[in-house]
Design a protein around this ligand. Structure first.
Ligand code: AHM
Ligand code: MG
Length: 330
């Protein structure tokens, strides 16, 4: 079986100018994922559930495990000489690391906070960029605001019935499963393509009344298709990584759109939108905010939010046609 480490080395050898810097970052992310997987399984036994009593930059209460995941990633990655800087959903400002490094890592260290305390799968999301400011100088905000098409890699770790690590470097999506006995991630999903047919839909409908009328019509269409015998099943975990992963493998669509009172939506462009969009496109699907591809959105700030719709290519086209047919917002 191929381990994540072997796979990374093989891929590195395929690139003429590869120095191993990038591979070492992926290895570090894998290492933190293994540690987190271990801590998450013990959380309710080791008094690691519940809140820290702090609020993060997003105005959300920080869970103990959010805090742990954030510190583990930052501590490990900032020791890596190739990491010039880090940005995290949990940190207000960017974190300069090693000025001589040439890569940046952006993180949602533990995604799906509302599920942490109830034993429901959560995840970590990462994306990697090459810096644009000169090596040897401290990183700047502009390094982090290059836009989704500049990602050199993106991926996620799903802490579920098994711990899975899926990533892309722009040449397909590859998935690994943690073999706890060996302590290694093993290649179990080479070259993942999402099915063409969508069978699942995932969204929180508590603000449906505030959605764009085109999207409300699309939801009616999902129900109508069920009546026609074209089974469309609702599956919503409430952890983006888990919802994304199921739909990636089974064929589906995930929606977290903007609403009349929150047109910018909830999810973060840099930590959640870009990496998941990169993965979905690499697996043959599409990602949109309703008007343009997520990867084409020009970022303005670190913690920018975005409406996020991810799914099979045909299903996203279908959504576009509903949005165009019903243009009035209200
Ligand atoms: P988090 O980063 O604070 O965990 O929030 C992101 C999560 C996503 O994992 C998930 O898709 C979404 O928020 C669920 O939101 P809601 O509870 O509104 O359905
Ligand atoms: Mg998140």
């Amino acid at each position: 079986m191929t381990t994540l480490e072997q796979f990374i080395i093989e891929k590195q050898q395929e690139q003429e100018r590869a120095t191993g810097a990038f591979s070492r970052i992926l290895r570090d992310i894998g290492l933190v994922a293994k540690m987190l997987s271990f801590y998450l399984r013990r959380a309710s036994l080791a008094n690691m559930l519940g809140e820290m009593g702090l609020t993060n930059v997003q105005g959300e209460s920080v869970q103990k495990l959010d805090h742990l995941a954030n510190s583990l990633f930052i501590r490990n990655l900032s020791r890596n000489p190739h990491v010039a800087g880090i940005a995290s959903e949990e940190e207000e400002n960017l974190i300069p690391a090693n000025p001589s490094g040439k890569y940046l890592v952006l993180l949602d260290p533990l995604d799906g906070s509302s599920n942490i305390d109830v034993g429901v799968p959560v995840g970590s999301i990462f994306s990697i960029y090459r810096r644009i400011t000169p090596e040897g100088t401290p990183v700047q905000l502009q390094d982090f605001l290059q836009g989704g098409r500049k990602q050199v890699a993106a991926g996620y770790v799903l802490y579920g019935t098994s711990t899975l690590l899926f990533y892309t470097t722009g040449k397909g999506v590859h998935g690994f499963t943690l073999e706890p006995a060996a302590g290694d991630f093993l290649l179990t999903y080479p070259q993942v393509q999402t099915p063409e047919k969508s069978s699942y839909y995932s969204f929180n409908d508590n603000q449906l009344h505030e959605w764009h009328p085109g999207l409300r019509k699309y939801v009616e269409d999902l129900h109508w298709r069920n009546q026609q015998g074209q089974a469309q099943s609702l599956r919503y975990v409430g952890s983006l990584v888990a919802d994304f992963h199921r739909n990636l493998l089974k064929g589906g669509v995930f929606l977290y759109p903007g609403t009349v009172s929150k047109p910018e939506g909830k999810l973060r462009l840099l930590y959640e939108g870009y990496p998941m969009a990169f993965l979905m496109e690499q697996a043959g699907g599409k990602a949109t905010n309703g008007t343009q591809s997520i990867l084409d959105i020009v970022p303005q700030k670190l913690h920018q939010r975005t409406p996020l719709i991810l799914g099979t290519a045909l299903e996203i086209e279908r959504i576009y046609s509903f949005l165009q047919e019903h243009v009035t917002v209200g």
